[in-house]
Design a protein around this ligand. Structure first.
Ligand code: BEZ
Ligand code: FE
Length: 294
């Protein structure tokens, strides 16, 4: 087959991949070709625009290393990460909604006892976080692993300022107690812009978009027999709740971080300045019993 033109090239490529033996590879490859060709037909790029697109993707790749994943950031800012999340995480009654993982999760987070203060050397408004983990029908889950991480009150994570602060902070791994509860102290996080010094930042600018995320605390919660929950709790009233650059906000994940005067906090600690209290009760759904082992 030769002499393809605008009208015949798509079928020619589809025919060429018809022999793919893995049915999923075939399905995905065919959809990729159909949608990519439809995109090009709609946009009708000039040769120069096509080169610009290739250069944009090349720069995105060059911006990726062990510490920076510009392709995931691209997926996040185009709403693809939240679309994949929505497809894969239907939420039954009683289960907590999910949202993006983001680039600041650290696998080797320090294990802490309930009640610990994880703010390290960071200064800010004290924040008490209390919460529980249970099944969708309200049975407390003891021994669940609760990973938490959040930014400081300037909007920076520990891993973005390790040369200044020397060690991880504002992140830890807790275990729920016999009643499925956990609690810790830290400082209240602020809204922050996602890393926007690369091609994704350039894209946001030309699309007339800001790079900000509303203030939030990340949670990753695991318990044997239950689907791992990746989510955040957002600070009610934040001005970016309706324009989160990665489309991650859901009403059920917004909570008041309640302001309290100095004094004795609910966990018995005496606090010398005003502080904020977040409480959130998480629901985990069971792994489907017919789920295939990965
Ligand atoms: C975050 O919340 O940490 C985050 C999520 C997506 C992109 C960038 C940052
Ligand atoms: Fe974050």
């Amino acid at each position: 087959m030769r002499n393809f033109n605008e009208n015949t090239i798509t079928d020619a490529v589809l025919e060429r991949i018809a022999g793919a033996t893995d049915p999923r590879i075939k399905e995905v490859s065919e959809a990729l070709v159909r949608h990519l060709h439809a995109f090009v037909r709609e946009v009708r790029p000039t040769q120069k625009e096509w080169e610009f697109g290739i250069d944009f993707l090349t720069r995105t790749g060059h911006m990726c290393d062990d510490n920076r994943q510009e392709f995931i950031l691209l997926s996040d800012t185009l709403g693809v990460s939240m679309l994949v999340d929505a497809i894969n995480h239907p939420v039954p009654e009683g289960a907590t909604e999910t949202t993006v993982l983001g680039p600041f999760f650290v696998q080797a987070s320090p294990e802490k006892e309930n009640g610990a203060d994880i703010s390290g050397p960071m200064e800010g408004d004290p924040m008490l976080v209390t919460g529980s983990v249970s099944t969708v029908d309200g049975r407390p889950l003891a021994g669940a692993v609760v990973d938490v991480w959040h930014s400081d009150d300037d909007g920076y994570y520990d891993v973005q300022q390790l040369d200044k602060i020397g060690d991880l902070a504002m992140r830890a791994r807790f275990h729920t107690d016999q009643n499925g509860r956990f609690n810790f102290w830290s400082i209240k996080p602020a809204a922050y812009p996602i890393p926007h010094d690369g091609p994704v930042g350039d894209m946001l600018e030309v699309q007339g978009r800001h790079p900000w995320r509303p203030a939030h605390v990340h949670f990753m919660i695991s318990a044997p027999g239950f689907e791992q929950l990746v989510t955040h709790v957002f600070v009610a009233g934040d001005k970016y709740l309706d324009s989160d650059v990665v489309f991650g906000v859901k009403d059920s994940l917004i909570r008041e971080f309640v302001r309290h005067p100095a004094g004795r906090a609910p966990d018995g600690r005496m606090v010398e300045s005003e502080y904020f209290h977040l409480n959130y009760d998480f629901g985990l759904k069971q792994v489907a019993s017919n789920a295939k082992a990965a």
